[in-house]
Design a protein around this ligand. Structure first.
Ligand code: MD6
Ligand code: FE
Length: 210
């Protein structure tokens, strides 16, 4: 009998430069930083340029933060809620993003943004492309924390059939290469409970904005 047949590889290629690193992140270590970060820059549901309130609550840590309002989408060095700089990115966050990107074959990645997303049961993320970053040759590193999600990876155009990727606590996805500019979204989150903080999913996306 092959004792290792049921063990997933450390790096699963998803195609076109996207990779899944199952269970790569120590989410207890990451979560330890969350209260102070969200105290300094609280989660908020931003407005889209079209005037709709987003479903996902967001905040940022790092040199820049991703913001959306009536003026559009952009990266800003200040939190518009306070006018203050975003809280500094914890070294644990930076080192995780660097290690994960390197493991996926993208060496030299230095994130200057970590977007923090918070989902409740039923929250979804509409398909979109992340294209507000200056140099799209850098990957985006995405960490799932808490209750499971189904990530939908489409192609370079809107619509078509998605690759459904089940993400659980500690999974890290690296979107680089062609897949960096593929449409993607998150299906409505199914009812579940994380023993540490309840019916919630956090997602951290590490980016290089400038
Ligand atoms: C999420 N993630 O998993 C949302 N974007 O909650 C994203 O929108 C995303 O996971 C770019 C690259 C990786 C991602
Ligand atoms: Fe995205």
């Amino acid at each position: 009998m092959d004792l290792f047949a049921s063990i997933r590889p450390e790096v699963e290629p998803l195609g076109q430069g996207a990779y899944l690193l199952p269970g790569f992140a120590d989410t207890d270590a990451l979560l330890a930083h969350i209260p102070a970060l969200l105290d300094a820059a609280p989660l908020r549901r931003m407005m889209t340029p079209g005037g709709r309130q987003m479903n996902v609550a967001m905040s940022n840590t790092g040199q820049y933060g991703w913001v959306s309002d009536a003026r559009g989408y952009r990266y800003d060095a200040a939190d518009p809620m306070s006018g203050e700089p975003w809280p500094a990115m914890p070294l644990d966050f930076i080192s995780l993003a660097k290690q994960a990107s390197k493991k996926a074959g993208y060496d030299g990645f230095e994130p200057d943004v970590c977007l923090i997303n918070r989902y409740e049961v039923g929250t979804k993320l509409t398909p979109h492309i992340d294209q507000d970053e200056a140099d799209k040759s850098w990957p985006i590193v995405s960490v799932s924390i808490g209750i499971p999600a189904v990530f939908q990876l489409y192609g370079p155009t809107r619509g078509g059939k998605a690759q459904n990727i089940a993400l659980t606590d500690g999974d890290v996805m690296v979107l680089g290469g062609e897949a960096r500019l593929f449409y993607h979204g998150v299906k409505p989150i199914a009812a579940a409970t994380d023993p540490r903080f309840g019916p919630v999913r956090y997602n951290l996306t590490f980016r290089r904005a400038r």
